[in-house]
Write a protein that binds this ligand. Structure first.
Ligand SMILES: *Cc1c(COP(=O)(O)O)cnc(C)c1O
Length: 475
């Protein structure tokens, strides 16, 4: 494709994207396809020679769009918001168009330095001190792996440079809660810690926040058994209920063992990080300045299209020592003066991700983003109030942000009957295509998570959802 052909096709594609967003509300939220449908409508082998742009676009409408669950749809209340603001889509397009390669500072100085700048802009916007240095990872899952690798190497005094964990006399232990995201256990597995060495510290039965006394006990038990405490992964906004682990109390527990057993504190604020743009929500991560690393996903509620996960550390030199590689073909005269982001994460080749955030912040502006976050918090509070006021309905976890966890319990139902009822009405609502929510287990019992926060969702959409929920539960 020549640049002139690209110009022509590109204009059409932009029009197509704008129309797609404009007409989304008329389409079902949940993809109405069966497993294998999409695959079956595509040829088994690649075409031998070029096809026309018109044919490809026709298949985008015919094959792809029906197979998309529309998470940008105003009636999408599932999982967490995965907003793809159009301003960030433009940044993504610019990044692809430039086709830059981030393997060293020299391979694309702008890629590195725009990333340094936008990470610092975001640091200021969420009220973190200038002791933090940031980078953009693909996801919070990867950020957690990197955090635990850094923790492991600090605790094991750089075991990676010799026999690795296999040469350690005592197992390293990571502490989190059963409410933490599944990526925490996965990261501990990948880091070689082993799932037997991940402690699920007890949580408060209502707030689902980590109980610091239980953390202290678990650490003491492990020390008594000859194991080595390595890291705590605290959640500021869990995935299930947006529960907030108490960082000040966790810091106190860690300070008590600090001299003999310094532990790494990683704060997972993947979802709630966006709310830190609002000063009155910063209580949620009070104490974060004592942590060693933290992650926050602008690709969720904030609205910078995937993959944009911010990862901040207090001591970038430690991170670089753990992850650096310096083969001869990547050495240059600028080394020592510049940041080499390949040493801040796992991949060598990196995309120009910073442009998405740069476009998003500049074209939408933090003031408009803050107003949208407040709108969503208000809409969630409104929904929680309706639920609380209605007979047979209850809110089953504190509403700290924009996620409302509910259950409908008719008087004649409990036990298995209630479990089936919850699964049935939520499945009926979702398969109707008119709205989408997430049935999920809390304390081993089914409930429904309503996650407000899609960019296009206004108050009347939340009101319509509440009507549909009541209809589905009454059927
Ligand atoms: C969504 C989420 C994650 C995982 O985010 P990815 O970027 O998809 O890996 C981790 N932790 C929490 C609390 C989350 O809500």
């Amino acid at each position: 494709m020549t640049p002139e052909e690209f110009r022509q096709a590109g204009h059409q594609l932009i029009d197509w994207i704008a129309d797609y967003r404009l007409s989304m509300e008329d389409k079902p939220v949940l993809a109405q396809v069966e497993p294998g449908d999409v695959r079956a409508s595509l040829p088994a082998s690649a075409p031998e020679s070029a096809e026309s742009f018109a044919d490809v676009m026709a298949d985008l409408d015919r094959v792809v769009v029906p197979g998309v669950t529309m998470v940008q749809h105003p009636m999408h209340f599932g999982w967490f918001p995965s907003n793809a603001s159009l301003s960030s889509v433009l940044g993504d397009l610019a990044s692809s168009g430039i086709g830059g390669l981030g393997i060293s500072w020299e391979s694309c100085p702008a890629l590195t330095e725009v990333e340094e700048v936008v990470c610092d802009w975001m640091r200021q916007l969420v009220g973190l001190s200038d002791h933090w240095s940031g980078t953009i990872q693909d996801t919070a899952s990867s950020a957690c792996v990197v955090a635990l690798l850094a923790a492991r190497e600090r605790t094991s005094n750089f075991s990676e440079a010799s026999g690795g964990l296999q040469a350690q006399a005592n197992p390293l232990v990571v502490y989190t809660t059963g409410q933490a995201h599944s990526s925490v256990v996965k990261a501990a597995s990948i880091a070689g810690i082993g799932q037997d060495n991940v402690r699920m510290v007890d949580v408060d039965p209502w707030t689902r926040a980590m109980l610091p006394d239980c953390l202290a006990e678990a650490i003491a038990d492990d020390l008594a058994a000859g194991r080595t405490p390595c890291a705590v992964v605290a959640s500021v906004g869990t995935t299930g209920t947006t529960a907030v682990d108490p960082l000040p109390a966790i810091n106190e527990v860690l300070a008590r063992v600090e001299t003999e057993h310094p532990m790494w504190l990683h704060v997972d604020a993947a979802m709630a990080g966006s709310a830190m743009l609002l000063k009155d929500y910063r209580w949620m991560w009070e104490g974060v300045e004592a942590a060693d690393s933290l992650s926050f996903n602008p690709h969720k509620w904030l609205g910078t299209i995937l993959d944009t996960s911010l990862f901040y550390v207090r001591d970038p030199q430690h991170l670089v020592r753990v992850l650096s590689t310096n083969p001869s073909y990547l050495q240059s005269s600028a080394d020592g003066e510049v940041v080499q982001y390949r040493d801040w994460g796992i991949p060598l080749g990196r995309r120009f991700r910073a442009l998405k955030l740069w476009f998003h912040l500049r074209l939408d502006g933090p003031d408009a983003i803050r107003a949208r976050l407040r709108r969503d918090i208000d809409n969630a509070a409104w929904l929680a109030q309706q639920v609380e006021r209605s007979e047979d309905w209850s809110v089953v976890a504190p509403v700290s942000l924009q996620t409302v966890c509910v259950r409908h319990q008719p008087p004649d139902l409990d036990g298995t009957g209630l479990e089936q009822h919850t699964q049935r009405w939520s499945a009926a609502l979702n398969s109707s295509g008119r709205a989408f929510v997430t049935p999920s287990k809390l304390d081993d019992s089914w409930m429904v998570r309503v996650s407000v926060g899609v960019e296009a969702t206004e108050q009347h959409h939340v009101a319509e959802l509440w009507r549909l929920m009541q209809e589905a539960a009454a059927a």
